[in-house]
Design a protein around this ligand. Structure first.
Ligand code: ZN
Length: 390
């Protein structure tokens, strides 16, 4: 099983400047390698039968790939000796990052989604570097030994889990300081240990008013403090836009804005974790609707406002479920809010109508509650769950 733990770093001033220097060098190298890929791609992708008669053939050269780009690094270190001051594996990891981004652009990822054209990164958006292999015992007494940076102080707010080995270490610069992310692996823990009770099943529906509604009619509201934090975000956003571009005061406000964004994100994540834990302590199987469909209906569209939050909640929920040997089932979202959960007849209603009133069977429910029951029923109908039950 793989997992990741994140800790705050407390570098000395010297170490912090060095990390900044590394980041700007790595950023430049990233952009250079990406440009190299683009150049080749632009000049060579024309199919042979569509080639113009008079074409300005570029200087022929091999397709730059992971290995050929990696081979340019020693030359780089010769012509720009300051690059030799970066730990070599960290520098090599940039080549890998370019490869991954570019592959995702050309091919499709595992979900069949093609991502957009990779962008050149300004220095402010290049925030992470990675040690792809880090030695055992790099973490000692609240100090992490990062090759060529030295021992950096870490705030170990929780110990590493037993039996896990540190595989990689990344350093990330966020609005409120530097963070260390350790990816951990324990080969002895099996990936999934299914001990599911299919009767302990619930369906959940995303709401516009509530964060979610379960098929038992329970609701989880969006916490007040989260709304407050978001309100404050808007205040600071205004402050930024009012101040003169390029001024010191604006710069200050931008920094403040970054911090507030981080705060909101942290709060949201915390809320998502707590909600996921609560649901998984109560149920073994959780059914959710698949909002990841093209051609959204109008109700769907309104829900997609919530989408950013919802999809990150789903990934947390799914992850937690897998680790606990439980199950998250995705069902079709088609007409979940329109169909009657009691008799199955379609009861069309517009978005502002919050109540489900079935003229066919007299079923009377909150709109989201009705949808949640539909979602649950769809999951119960899935054959592999029935098989598990018998
Ligand atoms: Zn009905």
């Amino acid at each position: 099983m793989r997992t990741a733990y994140q800790y705050k770093l407390r570098p000395t001033k010297l170490q912090a400047t060095e990390i900044d220097r590394w980041l700007s060098m790595l950023c430049a190298q990233y952009n250079y390698l990406l440009a190299d890929r683009f150049n080749w791609y632009e000049q060579n992708r024309s199919p042979i039968n569509a080639c113009p008669l008079i074409c300005h053939l570029p200087e022929l050269r091999d397709h730059p790939d992971y290995y050929s780009q990696k081979k340019t690094l020693p030359q780089l270190k010769k012509s720009r000796p300051w690059y030799a001051e970066i730990y070599s594996q960290v520098l090599q990891d940039v080549v890998k990052r370019v490869k991954v981004t570019f592959d995702r652009f050309l091919k499709r990822d595992s979900n069949g989604n093609r991502s957009g054209r990779p962008r050149f990164k300004p220095r402010s958006r290049y925030r992470t570097f990675t040690y792809p292999q880090i030695k055992e015992g790099c973490l000692q007494d609240k100090l992490i030994n990062l090759p060529m940076l030295g021992k950096v102080k870490v705030i170990l707010h929780r110990p590493l889990p037993d039996g896990f080995k540190v595989k990689t270490a990344s350093v990330t610069k966020k609005a409120d300081g530097l963070y260390l992310t350790l990816s951990l692996e324990d080969k002895t823990v099996p990936e999934i240990k299914p001990d599911i009770n299919p009767d302990k099943i619930t369906g959940i529906d995303v709401g516009l008013k509530e964060f979610l509604t379960t098929s038992e009619g329970e609701t989880v509201a969006i916490p007040q403090y989260y709304r407050k934090a978001q309100k404050h975000l808007r205040v600071i956003q205004k402050r930024v836009s009012r101040r003169k571009k390029g001024s010191n005061r604006r710069q200050k406000a931008v920094k403040q804005l970054g911090k507030q964004h981080k705060k909101v994100a942290d709060k949201r994540k915390d809320f998502h974790f707590k909600t996921a834990n609560y649901l998984l302590s109560k149920y073994d199987v959780i059914a959710v609707e698949d909002l990841n469909v093209k051609g959204l209906a109008r109700t769907r569209l309104a829900k997609s406002v919530l989408d950013a939050g919802w999809s990150s909640f789903l990934s947390i929920l799914t992850n937690k479920a897998v680790n606990a040997g439980l199950l998250v089932v995705v069902v079709s979202a088609y007409n979940t809010s329109q169909d009657c959960s009691n008799c199955g007849e379609k009861v069309p209603k517009k978005l502002h109508i919050r109540w489900h009133d079935c003229p066919h069977c007299g079923c009377c429910l909150d709109r989201d509650h009705n949808a949640a029951i539909n979602i649950k029923n769809r999951a119960v109908g899935l054959t592999f769950l029935k098989r598990n039950a018998s």
